[in-house]
Design a protein around this ligand. Structure first.
Ligand code: NAD
Ligand code: MG
Length: 378
């Protein structure tokens, strides 16, 4: 489990805790929350616990060595641990670009992947698909929209798909005028109406870049052409996404907003486990509504089709600039409206590689981060 202490990691551990006969977390890892990682390791007894921040290693080691739990630290150890023999499936639930290297290594040795870290596919979806062709690995999406689409596609012929309709809650600023959105504070942006998630994805939901990323993610996961993938705003977050077919039929997956369901479906490799989420009582909802997204107020959304059209390293650059901009916004160094401006300026000035390999993504990610930092003045 990459990112065991986060929102997805903890909800995954809920499922593992409920089904000890089926699942065991053999490796738990975290970025910097070492105390939480120690507590989770005490409870779940993995073989190995890994912390990304190297200076936290002594604390992790001292706490877990007496329990016979191996420990390691640093990004290289984190990426290497996915290759271990006792790993059947890798859950990628870290934030941002950090998901790429472990996912590439997991695919190289044929491990299945429960993919929460959508940034991996945003940054390098073409490379990941190329690697999958010569590997026995399968990717099971954890993102609720992509799980919904995978569920709708079960038993269907991909050639008969006419559109993927990815639902979006619209985030906390759905009804706000543009001038007010531009000056929104981190406090405003972190109040997501429907989902309790990590800070970075919550800000991405507020800018709607999260939905742009999900369009890119859907393209790489399902191989559907970009012009056939659309976002639809659905504030109640009950319909998790839809697939329209050639004959006009539309299939949707519905459920209460609860990530335990898509996580469980991914962990079980499309298995329907009992009592995962609360049953949906549609009569409790007066209305389910749908509206077109507004790319004038949410310009980040339009970056999806731009990046897919341009291809190459464009989305890698957008992702890197966004990571820097979101961190600066949370630090109150820039305004909410500046997030898009920084992405746009970074995209206009960063080098572009049309047919990138792994090393190109590494280089472009680093260059885009430097440029975005330069625009912010850090
Ligand atoms: P989070 O911030 O709650 O947790 C992130 C986890 O990753 C933590 O365990 C943290 O310690 C670890 N981490 C962060 N940076 C790291 C690094 N550089 N190296 C190693 N570990 C690192 O985030 P989250 O909301 O759980 O989201 C995780 C991923 O899942 C993101 O890619 C997000 O887009 C995706 N996702 C989340 C949700 C959700 O409901 N939370 C839904 C769909 C997709
Ligand atoms: Mg999602």
């Amino acid at each position: 489990m990459l990112g065991a202490t986060g929102s997805i990691g903890r909800q995954t551990l809920d499922i593992i805790r409920q089904h000890p006969e089926r699942y065991h977390a053999t490796i738990l890892s975290a970025g910097s929350r070492v105390d939480e990682l120690i507590n989770l390791a005490r409870e779940h007894r993995p073989r190995l616990a890994v912390i990304a921040r190297e200076e936290l290693y002594p604390k992790l080691h001292d706490a877990l060595a007496p329990l016979g739990i191996e420990t390691a630290a640093g990004p290289t150890a984190l990426a290497a641990c996915v290759e271990a023999d006792d790993v059947d499936m890798v859950l990628t639930a870290t934030v941002g670009y950090s998901g790429l290297e472990p996912t590439v290594r997991a695919i190289a040795v044929g491990k299945d992947i429960a993919l929460a870290n959508k940034e991996t596919l945003v940054v390098a979806g073409t490379l990941i698909n190329r690697l999958l062709k010569t590997s026995s690995s399968k990717i099971y999406p954890v993102d609720s929209e992509h799980s919904a689409i995978a569920q709708c596609l079960r038993g269907e012929d991909l050639a008969s798909v006419s559109r993927l309709l990815i639902t979006a809650s619209g985030g906390p600023f759905r009804t706000w005028p543009a001038e007010k959105i531009a000056k929104a504070t981190p406090y405003d942006a972190l109040k997501h109406p429907k989902w309790h998630m990590g800070a970075k994805i919550t800000i991405d939901s507020a800018t709607m870049l999260n939905k742009a990323f999900e369009i890119i993610e859907a393209h790489h996961l399902f191989g559907i052409a970009p012009e056939r993938i659309e976002a639809v705003v659905h504030p109640q977050s009950i319909v998790h996404s839809m697939v329209e077919f050639a004959d006009g039929a539309v299939k949707a997956q519905l459920g209460v907003p609860d990530m335990h369901l898509p996580i469980s479906y991914a962990l079980g490799e499309n298995l329907r486990m009992a009592d995962v989420a609360k049953p949906l009582r549609l009569e409790d909802y007066a209305m389910l509504t749908f509206e077109r997204p507004d790319t004038a107020r949410f310009p980040c959304l339009a970056l999806a089709h731009h990046c897919l059209q341009v291809g190459g390293t464009a989305a890698c650059t957008v992702n890197a600039a966004n990571e820097i901009a979101v961190a600066a916004f949370l630090d109150e160094r820039i305004n909410f409206g500046d997030i898009y401006n920084i992405i746009e300026r970074t995209l206009a000035t960063t080098s572009f590689v049309a047919a990138p390999g792994y090393d190109d993504y590494v280089a472009i990610n680093a260059e885009a981060r430097r440029r975005a930092q330069g625009f912010i003045g850090i």
